[in-house]
Design a binder for this molecule. Structure first.
Ligand SMILES: Cc1cc2nc3c(=O)[nH]c(=O)nc-3n(C[C@H](O)[C@H](O)[C@H](O)COP(=O)(O)OP(=O)(O)OC[C@H]3O[C@@H](n4cnc5c(N)ncnc54)[C@H](O)[C@@H]3O)c2cc1C
Length: 381
């Protein structure tokens, strides 16, 4: 049995783990990354071609400082890796004035003095003819919002981690880990590894790998849909059709993207938080006709040109905490040697880069200057 000692082992090399490995290796730590599947795979939470990013954060203004730093680090990631990752095509938070996307985004924009515009229904239709709001609906437009490519992000971070000296092992699932004395021991099917520090980024496998954390995490099956607009993608390209999150009159949230995969790629749409509870083992990867119909019915009255023709769909998993805030902290039972990042509750991807920085801070120095109190596992839940 091979045994090598590392400074830090990163468990899980998805969105958060690849970011942690990148930042740790960049700071000179001896890093081992262990991943159950291949690089930038499609069986967890970080795939599907696009993720929304935005700064006027309707979930809570407390996220804004982290977003500002995440934007800087995404820019640096693009520069250092040469990968095309972000398209800041603008974003619309749509709904009635009191809806969560509109009222929440406005609160963050005002509190942090973020550039934004408020559009009434008529102005929204005029500026963005791919949107057909009802007369009592409005939108907050943010020019700095846009989309990130998750697979490119993960592969860029992995490449930079390896370039910084990290040893990355794929198709090597961790079977268990334990903290002892001043270090950790991690078991896989083929080896046992020891290190001073462990960073656990297990995505939807958190209930299995972080059972002792004390935070209930529910895994939710989500579906992404791609439709080819009637008349082609022309009006739906990124220079004309921004990303959006829309709360309809029944309180249903859905969101979408411009067509970014060429004339045949279609535009992606999805419901936000309308999934079914699952586990990574039991998730139904088949997308059913009634689901496609429900998505088509949702967009038909609101986005002229959609649904058009259904192209394809794919499943993905959210890892939800009860308050939908993340968990990023030293492990309460192993505060000297274990750091955790989980429960990203369907909105973590835009933070990947800054979470990598925070995890490197926590693993190497025990603390971070970033505001992470909201993410403490011991908060009232
Ligand atoms: C459909 C969908 C849409 C989303 N839209 C957005 C959006 O628009 N904007 C946004 O900001 N966020 C969005 N999110 C959320 C965001 O994508 C996630 O919060 C983020 O990807 C989570 O990253 P992660 O590293 O926690 O999980 P993952 O990327 O899944 O990484 C976890 C990794 O751990 C590995 N692993 C698990 N068990 C083991 C083991 N035993 N041994 C070794 N490795 C293991 C897994 O294989 C996986 O690679 C969306 C998510 C989904 C599913």
């Amino acid at each position: 049995m091979a045994q090598t000692t590392y400074d830090v082992i990163v468990l899980g090399l998805g969105g958060m783990g690849s970011a942690a490995a990148h930042h740790l290796a960049e700071r000179g730590a001896r890093v081992l990354g262990l991943e159950k599947f291949g690089p930038a795979h499609n069986k967890g939470s970080s795939h599907g071609g696009s993720r929304i990013t935005r700064q006027s954060y309707f979930e809570d203004p407390a996220y804004v400082p982290l977003l500002l730093r995440a934007y800087e680090l995404y820019e640096r990631l693009e520069r250092d890796s040469g990968q095309d990752i972000a398209t800041l095509c603008g974003g619309l938070m749509v709904g009635r004035p009191e809806s969560l996307p509109v009222a929440g985004a406005l609160r963050s924009a005002r509190q942090w003095d973020l550039p934004h515009e408020l559009l009434d229904a008529r102005e929204l239709r005029r500026r963005f003819p791919t949107f057909a709001p009802q007369d009592d609906e409005v939108a907050l437009y943010e020019a700095k919002a846009g989309l990130l490519r998750p697979e490119s992000t993960v592969s860029a971070q992995l490449r930079l981690a390896a370039r910084g000296g990290a040893e990355l092992r794929f198709e090597e699932p961790v079977t268990r880990w334990e903290a002892y004395g001043d270090g950790v021991r991690v078991h896989t099917a083929t080896g046992v590894y020891t290190a001073g520090q462990l960073v656990v980024c297990p995505g939807a496998w958190a209930p299995e790998l972080l059972a002792g954390l004390g935070v209930p995490i529910t895994i939710e099956r989500q579906v992404m849909y791609w439709f080819q607009p009637t008349g082609g993608t022309g009006p739906y390209t990124a220079d004309r059709h921004p990303i959006y999150v829309w709360e309809d009159e029944a309180g249903v949230h859905f969101y979408g993207f411009p067509a970014i995969d060429g004339p045949e790629g279609g535009a992606k749409v999805a419901f936000f938080r309308k999934g079914t509870v699952c586990t990574p083992e039991t998730i139904d990867r088949t997308v059913h006709d009634d689901e496609i119909r429900a998505m088509a019915d949702q967009v038909a009255p609101r986005l002229p040109g959609l649904p058009g023709t259904f192209l394809r769909a794919a499943t993905c998993m959210y890892s939800n905490t009860p308050d939908e805030h993340f968990v990023i902290a030293r492990h309460p039972a192993h505060p000297e040697s274990v750091t955790v990042a989980c429960g990203f509750s369907g909105h973590g991807f835009k933070f990947v880069t800054v979470v990598g920085e925070i995890l490197a801070d926590l693993a190497l120095t025990g603390g971070t200057a970033h505001p992470i109190d909201l993410f403490a596992p011991g908060r009232p839940l």
